[in-house]
Design a protein around this ligand. Structure first.
Ligand code: SF4
Ligand code: SF4
Length: 136
């Protein structure tokens, strides 16, 4: 994808689509969770910090207005607020975390997270044992 198109969130739908790899969060369809940044265009100074700092390609760039836009909201990591902390203009806001906590409780996310943790630890143990065997 050409660099200028990647940053230009209004060029076409293909660049506005959320990435499929982020389509679920602990088994919940990502589009059922309202968690993404909102940019207040009247405060945005167009510094680009949010675009260059987000590892999930959430932001795009409005070349006409020289401001950041939220191009792929569902790519946002649920619960993350990093870009809000680093926006010196105070232009980025997020939904109330109480709603997010309600979703966690009502969907049994803690139990799923624990299961995922145990699977991850088991995988790491297996991989450690394999590398020890290969060294002996
Ligand atoms: S970090 Fe804030 S001020 Fe800078 S481009 Fe993003 S929203 Fe605008
Ligand atoms: S909260 Fe985190 S993942 Fe979401 S847009 Fe900001 S930096 Fe990216």
């Amino acid at each position: 994808m050409p660099e200028n198109k990647m940053l230009h969130g209004r060029i076409g739908d293909i660049y506005m689509a959320d990435d499929k790899k982020f389509s679920e969060w602990h088994g919940i369809a990502r589009d059922k969770i309202k968690w993404n940044p909102t940019v207040d265009a009247s405060k945005c100074i167009g510094c680009g910090m949010c675009i260059t700092g987000c590892g999930r390609n959430v932001y795009g760039w409005d070349q006409d207005k020289n401001k950041s836009i939220v191009a792929r909201p569902n790519n946002c990591l649920v619960g993350c607020v990093t870009c809000s902390n680093t926006c010196l203009a105070g232009a980025i806001s997020f939904p109330d975390k109480a709603e997010l906590r309600r979703i966690i409780i009502e969907n049994g996310v803690l139990a799923r997270a624990k299961k995922e943790l145990n699977e991850k630890l088991a995988d790491e143990r297996n991989s450690d044992m394999k590398s020890q065997k290969s060294r002996s």
